[in-house]
Design a protein around this ligand. Structure first.
Ligand code: PEP
Ligand code: MG
Length: 584
């Protein structure tokens, strides 16, 4: 547990420590948001308004009831197996007095607004579920959250919250936890920063936070309960430090540091058009990771050589239906068009684990090891076919490549390739054009794949190493769980051996290989990966120019011997010391 330094005075300065997930310094005022996906205003209502507030709550219950009924008889329920059962469960939860009656009592007794009453009750119920021994029942807390989210959405715009006057750029969002779906919603805002109590640095929430390119800190443990709405904050995303109510001198120091960081960022921009090569002239391809088509703008701004990873599943979050083939095609084509012939690597759906379609959670009791990514797609062939057709159609409009996540078994490779063949046949039948030479690659992110690479290099056109999951699965730590975040170690000898060995085997087989996990954007790892032989990196656009600067300062023949020693080191302390030397 991280230390909490606090004096007893309200308004006194104190500091919280967590893990910084994205750089920079934010200075702004605290805005507390609920654990649910929507921001929840909390305010006191006047006694004469209680009846109206109860009616507002009842109207939301009725609206969600009819929404669920509509979904139960819709195409989505039949498109996704088990969906119907989930919708039935949600309808049952909605009708339970815990959700439809107890919040009414809270509105009456505590005179809190309907959203706030509902979220208090949700927090209570989910904490009860968390304590359950049975993992299946424990997981049902997600269903409660999903039903509450629906109810909150139904109340949206019907309340009378006092208007918030602060511009978003002056606001630092504080939440207990934020899901990747929550995070993606924040792309539409211009907040100064984010901090959360939970979360690991390579969780998908942290990854999206990083892509927002604003300071963010996770794993603060107590921020949500110790910080009050409107308090002045400094969030240092490099050090993972949150300073609450800073004194004038501290504030001035951080303002100065923030100005320096901005000046550095401006300087880096001049590298945008520089040739991406090491001092000895070795070309290094620096590509970008994106979640949504709109991210392409930033990709172009930093002069990336293509999209190395388009996490397509983000198109599926925060909605009640599945995007149609045409809608997906338009999204993929927009990216292909905008990249003007540069490679666009679209990863097929990596749903499951910490990302799920609204109300269609099939993650099971242990989501990271459950029906995720290619496993989920093979279990939902219709959904997979729709996506494959959309990607293939987009390949007619640019250099689109197809990337399959989480492969572990030879039969998964074969089934995925067969699914692509089938999608091609259906397009051929309809005389719909697509790139007949489209490359199909696989992510190497399960140790089993890294250890049986010969098969993968034979069957696939390219590989992309997903270090986030490779580390998670090699070290058996849930990347979303901050209680084991300290065990998440990219320098663990087993991890380094798997990464080095995968790069080596791919080079030997002349199969192009990239790293697209967070390791690719980690400045401390650039020289090591170059020394291992890596020549393709894919990362957040915000990291690209920093990594380019490091590439430009590196000589391959100088880093190779040390990188080799680090890759063979059995002692992590020794690996760390050698890495420090490599980077000095
Ligand atoms: C990875 O696992 O490293 C990766 C790039 O995929 P994701 O982070 O989306 O799981
Ligand atoms: Mg992954």
């Amino acid at each position: 547990m991280k230390p909490v330094e606090r004096s007893s005075d309200i308004g006194a300065s104190f500091t919280l420590h967590g893990a910084g997930v994205s750089g920079g310094i934010a200075i702004g005022y605290a805005h507390l948001v609920s654990t649910a996906r929507l921001e929840v205003a909390h305010y006191e209502i006047a006694p004469r308004d209680v009846e109206a507030e109860l009616q507002r709550f009842d109207a939301a219950v009725a609206k969600v009831r009819s929404e669920l009924e509509g979904l139960q008889s819709s195409g989505l329920a039949s498109a996704l197996t088990e969906m119907k059962a989930i919708l039935n469960l949600h309808a049952m939860l909605l009708n339970d007095s815990n959700l439809s009656v107890v919040p009414r009592d809270l509105i009456r007794s505590r005179r809190c607004n309907a959203e706030w009453a509902l979220v208090q009750q949700m927090d209570y119920l989910t904490s009860q579920f968390e304590e359950m021994e049975d993992p299946y029942l424990r997981e049902r807390k997600q269903d409660i959250v999903q039903v509450v989210e629906r109810m909150l959405r139904a109340m949206l715009g019907t309340g009378h919250a006092p208007a918030r006057t602060l511009p978003e750029e002056d606001v630092i969002v504080i939440a207990h936890d934020l899901s990747p779906a929550d995070m993606i919603l924040f792309k539409q805002h211009q907040y100064a920063g984010f901090v959360t109590d939970l979360g690991g640095v390579t969780s998908h929430s942290a990854i999206v936070a990083r892509s927002l390119n604003i300071p963010a800190i996770v794993g603060l443990h107590h921020a949500r309960s110790l910080v009050s709405e409107g308090e002045l904050l400094i969030a240092d995303g490099r050090e993972g430090v949150l300073i609450v109510n800073p004194g004038a001198q501290v504030l001035e120091e951080y303002r100065e540091r923030s100005r320096e960081l901005e000046a550095e960022r401006r300087k880096l921009r001049s590298l945008r058009t520089a040739r991406s090569a090491t001092l000895d002239g070795t070309l290094v391809e620096l590509q970008a990771n994106i979640e949504l088509p709109q991210d392409v703008e930033e990709v172009m701004e930093v002069g990336a050589a293509g999209i190395g990873l388009f996490r397509s599943e983000f198109l599926f979050l925060n909605r009640d239906d599945l995007p149609s083939e045409d809608e997906q095609f338009e999204a993929y084509r927009a990216v292909a068009d905008a990249m003007h012939g540069m490679p666009v690597t679209i990863r097929t759906l990596d749903l499951g684990a910490d990302k799920s379609v609204n109300g269609a959670d099939r993650a099971g009791p242990n989501p990271a090891l459950g029906l995720r990514a290619i496993r989920f797609c093979l279990a939902e062939p219709q959904m997979f076919l729709t996506q494959l057709r959309a990607i293939l159609r987009a390949s007619h409009h640019g250099r689109v490549r197809l990337l399959i996540p989480m492969l572990a078994h030879a039969h998964e490779v074969e089934q995925a390739l067969a699914a692509v063949r089938h999608a091609r046949e259906t397009l051929d039948d309809q005389k719909i054009p697509y790139d007949r030479g489209i490359e199909i690659g696989g992510m190497i992110e399960v140790p089993a794949a890294a250890l049986s690479l010969n098969y993968f290099v034979r069957r696939l056109d390219f590989l992309s190493i997903g270090t986030n999951d490779l580390i998670q699965y090699t070290l058996a730590i849930d990347r979303t769980d901050d209680t084991v975040a300290h065990l998440y170690d990219p320098l663990h000898p087993a991890v380094l051996q798997l990464v080095a060995q995968t790069i080596r085997a791919a080079i030997r087989a002349r199969t192009p290989v990239a790293v697209c996990g967070e390791m690719a954007g980690d400045l401390a790892m650039t020289r090591l990966l170059l020394g291992f032989g890596l020549r393709q990196f894919s990362m957040h656009p915000a990291q690209l120019l920093t990594i380019k600067q490091q590439v430009l300062r590196t000589r391959i023949d100088e880093v190779q011997p040390l990188a080799g020693r680090i890759g063979r080191a059995h002692d992590p302390a020794k690996a760390r010391a050698l890495l420090a030397r490599l980077n000095s």
